[in-house]
Design a protein around this ligand. Structure first.
Ligand code: SF4
Length: 87
């Protein structure tokens, strides 16, 4: 049952306050927060929870590294020119 740990409470270092697990398991566009294993492993078998409730594809989405925005040299120059114009 996906709601079985919803009432558990923990401190979120990212948000700076206590919250319940139901937030953590749905805060990433309906999927769990990418930090879920680090934050909850001491409270209950969270890895097992993830394996039992999410497909491999969903797990890839949950734990994928944030995409870096890579700017081309042209974009960097354009942004620099814009900043200079404003000064
Ligand atoms: S899993 Fe994410 S939202 Fe939940 S406590 Fe950890 S950092 Fe905060």
């Amino acid at each position: 049952m996906i709601e079985q740990y919803d009432e558990k409470e923990g401190y979120c270092k990212m948000l700076g306050h206590f919250l319940t697990f139901d937030y953590c398991r749905s805060s990433n566009k309906g999927l769990p927060c990418s930090k879920i294993l680090d934050c909850w492993f001491q409270h209950f078998p969270v890895q097992e929870f993830i394996s039992n409730n999410y497909s491999e594809e969903e797990q890839k989405q949950i734990f994928q590294a944030p995409k870096l925005k890579i700017l081309s040299l042209g974009e960097i120059l354009e942004e620099a020119q814009e900043r200079l114009k404003k000064q």
